[in-house]
Every structure is written in C-alpha cells, then in structure tokens.
Design a protein around this ligand. Structure first.
Ligand code: GUN
Length: 288
C-alpha cells in the first residue's frame, strides 16, 4: 500500500490565506500594516533565492517588506548597528537575519541574532523565545518546526498520545520540534549521531521527523508500518537534484503518510514566517 503524500503547497496556501485575512483585519481595525525587514549579508546565491521568495510572499499578502542588503565585507558592528536601527523602527514588526552569515563574521552569529528585539524575532531564535517555548508560553516559534505541527493539524493527523521520534537535535528544528510535540501531548524521543540501535528506536515512531541533514539516510527498515514520516532534510546531491533525509521511494511503501522533498515542509517555512510577522505585530500592539 502506498502512503498518503502530504504536499506542502496545499497546506502553505491555507496558512497564507489565514495570514492574509489577519493582515487585512490589522489594517482595517488598527490602521497597522505589518512590516518585515530581512537582512542579507553578502552574495550567497541560495540565500538570495530564499530572500527573494520571502519578499514576494510579503507583497502577495500585504506585508510591507524591506530587504536590507549589506556587503560581504560588513563587520559585526555594522550588523549590530543595523539591528539597533530596525529594533527602534516602529514600522518594522519582524526582523530576520538570513543565515548563514559570511565566513568572516559567522562566529558572531549568536551575538548578532541575540541583538534582535525578542518581540520582533520572527525566526524564534532569541533565547527569550526559546525559553518561552520550553516553559510552555510560546510567543514566536521557529518557522520550520511550527510548520510541521500546523501541517499535521491541517491534515487531520492526531498528535495527542502518539509516539514521536525526531532524528536530529539542531536548535532550528530538532530541539523546538521536541517541545512543540511534547506540548501537544506526544511521547517524544530525540535521536542523534550518538544514538545506539537507531533503527530500533525509529521503528517505534508513529510520527517520525527526519531532520539531521543526511541524504536518504532513513531507509524503509527504519519506519514503522503506517507511520507519519516528516522529512525536513534538504540535501543537494547534484547541481539540480535535491533529496531529503528519507529514502522517499522506499519509505512511501511503508509509511501511512509522508512529505516529499522538494515540495514538502520546505514550502511551509515561508508561510509560517508570514504568520509569525502577524503574531509579532499583535504582540507589539498587545492584542490577541
Ligand atoms: N537560512 C536557512 N534557513 C533559515 C532560517 O530558518 N532562518 C534564517 N534566518 N536563515 C535561514
């Protein structure tokens, strides 16, 4: 039996439509147009594509979009000064610094990201927002894991009481995913490169999240029959060939539902960013 394929574009369209309605209502009721500033440093081609995509989606939904393109040679001080300026700008409700930063300043990424006002931190990376997620009063949550939860909800897949296994413990996906699934009453295990007998653990999963960045690492024998398999990996294995962390062709025969790569949860990230801009605007206006 072949799995239900969870295509990101169907869910992304629903998330964007609900953001568009909220943006319209913020304009009509409060006279506020949400604003997003995306800071990009240098000329990384993949980052340029991502930033253009964010800008286009903002325009589509009625968010004021500012792209701040800074030269490759920018210093840490240049970036901190720019963030201070955006923090103080009341027309900017969300700030995102596109990663990765150029090699010369990469080591300062944490200090730079931590300078963003937590109320404007639409990536959800600031320690204040991480802390709120852990203690159960989430404010701004990282877009990719939040998109996975939103997708499960929209697909009508129950989380409560399920056995969930996450492979990968990154700050961007694995760790926030743990807290989001736990808050929804799943029983969650996080696996990583030091996990022993990995397949024995992953075969227990009713919801399996692959987020470790290794092409086609999750094979059919690691998947429980009927499991919901969410593939967060994006691995370029040839100039024009992207694959996930899951061996899709094999997994689709075992899983109950599965997200493809490309065309899966990646498409939800930008939609969730738009939702976070709305959330940030409401937090700043102190409305719910
Ligand atoms: N680069 C790749 N993914 C992300 C993300 O989620 N946020 C930011 N700021 N940069 C990224």
């Amino acid at each position: 039996m072949s799995a239900r394929i969870l295509y990101g574009k169907d869910f992304a369209a629903q998330i964007k439509e609900s953001a568009r309605v909220e943006i319209e209502s913020l304009k009509n009721k409060f006279g506020v147009t949400p604003g997003l500033a995306v800071v990009i440093v240098g000329e990384n081609p993949a980052s340029q594509v991502y930033v253009r995509n964010k800008h286009k989606t903002c325009v589509e939904l009625g968010i004021n979009s500012t792209v701040v393109a800074m030269p490759e040679t920018s210093t840490k001080e240049d970036l901190l000064a720019k963030i201070d300026e955006l923090n103080a700008d009341k027309n900017v409700n969300g700030i995102l610094v596109q990663l990765p930063l150029p090699a010369e300043i990469k080591a300062h990424s944490e200090e730079i990201l931590n300078r963003i006002d937590p109320l404007k931190d639409v990536d959800g990376f600031h320690p204040v927002n991480v802390g709120k997620l852990v203690t159960g009063s989430p404010a701004l949550v990282p877009c990719t894991p939040a998109g996975c939860i939103e997708m499960l909800d929209l697909a009508g897949i129950k989380i409560d009481g399920k056995r969930a296994v996450i492979i990968g413990r990154s700050n961007i996906v694995g760790k926030p995913m743990l807290h989001l699934l736990m808050a929804r009453h799943a029983t969650v295990t996080v696996c990583h490169s030091h996990t022993k007998n990995l397949a024995d653990v992953t075969r227990e999963a009713e919801i399996l999240v692959a987020a470790m960045g290794r092409p086609k690492f999750v094979t059919a024998d690691m998947i429980r029959e009927g499991a919901v398999v969410i593939d967060v990996g994006i691995n370029r294995i040839a100039p024009k060939k992207l694959v996930g962390d899951v061996d899709f062709d094999a997994a689709v025969e075992i899983a109950g539902a599965i997200t493809p790569v490309p065309g899966g949860v990646g498409l939800l990230t930008v939609a969730m960013l738009m939702k976070n801009v709305v959330t940030a605007t409401k937090l700043q206006l102190k409305i719910s």
